[in-house]
Design a protein around this ligand. Structure first.
Ligand code: ADP
Length: 423
């Protein structure tokens, strides 16, 4: 079955967020890591989110990767392509939003497409083309000091104009709030004037309705999860998607393990709470640094001895004081990388020992684990906590259920909550 919506996401965590949003809005969704290999067989779903790491790379490379992704999605029959960018429009005057958009426009041939990074529910709004982060314009928000792409201009018409060879326009709030017909007419008018992309003002949740409806009529749009939500609602309204849930494997009888590499406040509490219900191994980073191979053997033996009896947790989680001390001793990047790779090693060994349900806490930690296991994609399942779904592996050599959470996500009993939904 052909998919209706194909998404090209410029980073991995943004892709997960979008995939989760699409699933909640009623589209059966798969998220893949990179452009799938030729052998990959897509399950029966309505939407695919292709996760690239193209936000901050050389613009020519970002264009090439995105065009590969586009070709793959069109090969799956995608009716509409959403180029998923950051909700804070992370980019520089060189790109990569403009160059990728231009290249995709050349493929789709659309007259005038919709661009909006807004998601009012998460306090990203656009008014008169200016992006607001909470109460302040983008150029007064913490994004002004971003290490890779400091944002010094909140006017997205200007920002995108500097990156694109096409004329950029504005669809004002007064038009958007009048509804789909008015917005459609405005885009036609802009298109006649030679404008190929219009930043659409988006202030209220309800604005995503007409924006999604009109965006879905073109072959391409550019935005974040808010636009994804609007598009998903438009497709479901047209009777596409939403028929049934994508089936996840039932793996309740298989071994389960949790890995925590996040030191966030939330994860600190979650690891302590987990100690009441499962055996927890607290990794000693100093031991890891001094005798890595032997230490990892001991830790995986500790896990192997317990897996038959129930879930286990291995955590490097430590308090800010302890983390600072370790960083001072070994170097911040060095210790971070070493622990991430240790977690990836342990994940590999746990899977070898039969673990088929795996919960990982920490954004970078999750990335390292997924890369090491070589999971090509995930079917998005039910939500454990806001922004954290159960994932079923797709195209991987084992059927597995996973949960990948960034540090601060989830309630105090996150590990128990996750395992309950993975039963
Ligand atoms: P979060 O989602 O909370 O940011 P990440 O996994 O993205 O979590 O980042 C946590 C970083 O801290 C990783 O690089 C991890 O390896 C590192 N780390 C984990 N435990 C420790 C520790 N005890 N001391 C120092 N660094 C640690």
């Amino acid at each position: 079955m052909a998919i209706v919506l194909g998404c090209i996401a410029d980073d991995y965590t943004g892709a997960s967020d979008l995939a989760n949003t699409l699933k909640k809005a009623g589209l059966r969704t798969v998220q893949t890591i990179g452009v799938p290999a030729a052998a990959y067989r897509l399950p029966d779903v309505d939407a695919v989110v292709l996760s690239l790491k193209s936000r901050s790379i050389d613009p020519a490379k970002a264009v090439a990767l995105s065009l590969d992704a586009y070709a793959w999605l069109k090969g799956q029959g995608a009716e509409h392509i959403l180029f998923k960018i950051c909700s804070t429009f992370d980019s520089t005057d060189r790109g990569n939003i403009g160059p990728v958009m231009d290249a995709l426009l050349e493929k789709t041939g659309d007259d005038c497409i919709i661009v909006t990074p807004a998601f009012p529910e998460t306090k990203r709004t656009v008014y008169m083309g200016n992006l607001f982060v909470g109460h302040v314009p983008l150029n007064e928000s913490p994004l002004k000091d971003h290490p890779l792409n400091p944002m010094h201009d909140s006017n997205l018409v200007r920002v995108l104009q500097r990156q694109s060879k096409h004329q950029i326009g504005l669809a004002e709030l007064a038009t958007v709030t009048k509804g789909a017909a008015a917005l459609r007419a405005r885009l036609k008018e802009l298109g006649r004037d030679g404008v190929r992309a219009a930043v659409a003002d988006t202030v209220f949740d309800a604005d995503l309705g007409p924006i999604g409806e009109v965006a879905a009529e073109a072959r391409l749009s550019v935005g974040a999860s808010g636009l994804g939500l609007g598009l998903a609602q438009a497709f479901v309204k047209r009777g596409k998607g939403g028929q049934s849930d994508a089936a996840l494997a039932r793996l309740g009888a298989s071994a389960a393990a949790c890995l925590a590499g996040s030191c966030s406040q939330a994860t600190l509490g979650q690891v302590t709470a987990a100690e009441k219900i499962m055996p927890v191994f607290r990794l000693d980073p100093a031991d890891l640094m001094s005798r890595r191979a032997a230490y990892l053997d001991e830790v995986s033996q500790w896990a192997a001895d317990r897996l038959a009896k129930g879930p286990i947790l291995i955590a490097s989680t430590a308090t800010p004081d302890r983390v600072r001390a370790l960083q001072g001793q070994f170097g911040q990047a060095e210790i971070g990388h070493a622990i991430e790779q240790a977690m990836a090693d342990l994940a590999e060994r746990l899977v070898e020992k039969g673990v088929r349900r795996l919960v990982v806490a920490g954004g970078e930690t999750s990335g390292a684990v997924v890369d090491r296991l070589g999971v090509p994609g995930f079917v998005v399942g039910p939500e454990i906590a806001a922004g954290v779904p159960v994932l079923g592996t797709s195209g991987y050599r084992h059927e597995m259920l996973m949960a990948l959470k960034s540090g601060n996500f989830g309630g105090p009993d996150f590990f128990a909550d996750a395992l309950k939904l993975m039963a």
